[in-house]
Write a protein that binds this ligand. Structure first.
Ligand code: CA
Length: 225
C-alpha cells in the first residue's frame, strides 16, 4: 500500500510520514502543488493525503485534476482551514474524507485504513483468492485458516496480486507499488524476482492453490489453480 502526502509544512509532513511508515505503508511525499502534480502524473498510489493551502497552489484544484485523470486513489483532505465550506467543496469534488488540523496520528491512521478498505475492498477487512485470505488491517495471511508468515515485501506483493487475480502485472509497476517511486531509476528488477521466489515457496509449502507465474520479459500474473 503506497501513500502520497502532499503537505508543505515540513514537521507535519515528516511526522505523518514516520507514523505511516511505522504501520508499514510505503510513503512518498510532495512539498508543493507542482511536485504533487508531477508525482500524480508519473505514479500511482493507494491513498493521497492532501493539504489545501499549498505555497504554489490550491489543494482543491489539485483534487479536481486527480479526478480528471480518473485515478483510483482515495483522497483524504487534511486542512487547517476548518471551515464547513472547505469540507463541503472537498467532498463535492470527490474527496473520500476530510480531517481538520490538528489531528492525532492515530485518528489519521484509522481514517486511512477506513478509506482504503472502502475504496479498494468494498468495505471488507480481507481479500480472498483461492484458499488464501489476506487480512488487510492486521497484515495477516492465512491458507485454509492457517497462518502464513511473510516478510513485509512478500506480504505487499501478495496483496498486490490478490487485488487483481489473472491480470498481467508489469514488474516495474509492481516494484513501484511495493518499493516506492524511486524504483524507476534501477537497472534491473532482480530484487523483485528474489522476493517472488520466496513468496512462491512459502505459498507452495503452505498448500496454497494460487501461483504467481512469470510472464517472459513482462512481469507476473496470479493464477488460481
Ligand atoms: Ca499548508
Amino acid at each position: 500500500m503506497k501513500i502520497l502526502i502532499i503537505e508543505d509544512e515540513p514537521s507535519l509532513r515528516e511526522l505523518i510520514q514516520r507514523s505511516l511508515e511505522k504501520e508499514r505503508y510505503v510513503v512518498e511525499t510532495a512539498d508543493s502543488y507542482i511536485v504533487g502534480l508531477r508525482k500524480l502524473e508519473d505514479y500511482d498510489y493507494d491513498c493521497i493525503l492532501l493539504d489545501i493551502m499549498l505555497p504554489d497552489g490550491d489543494g482543491l484544484s489539485l483534487l479536481e485534476k486527480i479526478k480528471d485523470m480518473r485515478k483510483r486513489e482515495c483522497v483524504i483532505i487534511i486542512s487547517a482551514k476548518d471551515s464547513l465550506e472547505d469540507k463541503v467543496s472537498g467532498l463535492d469534488l470527490g474527496a473520500d474524507d476530510y480531517l481538520p488540523k490538528p489531528f492525532h496520528m492515530a485518528e489519521l491512521s484509522a481514517r486511512v485504513k477506513s478509506v482504503i478498505r472502502r475504496r479498494h475492498y468494498q468495505g471488507s477487512a480481507s481479500v480472498e483468492v483461492g484458499n488464501v485470505s489476506v487480512f488487510i488491517d492486521k497484515r495477516q495471511v492465512t491458507v485454509e485458516g492457517k497462518n502464513l508468515d511473510l516478510n513485509k515485501k512478500e506480504y505487499d506483493i501478495l496483496l498486490y496480486f490478490a487485488n487483481c487475480p489473472g491480470r498481467l502485472v508489469d514488474k516495474a509497476v509492481l516494484a513501484e507499488s511495493v518499493w516506492g517511486d524511486h524504483i524507476d531509476q534501477v537497472d534491473n528488477f532482480d530484487f523483485v524476482y528474489a522476493q517472488i521466489k520466496n513468496l512462491r515457496k512459502k505459498l507452495n509449502a503452505a498448500g496454497a492453490n494460487i501461483e504467481i507465474k512469470a510472464v517472459y520479459k513482462f512481469g507476473y500474473k496470479l493464477i488460481v489453480e
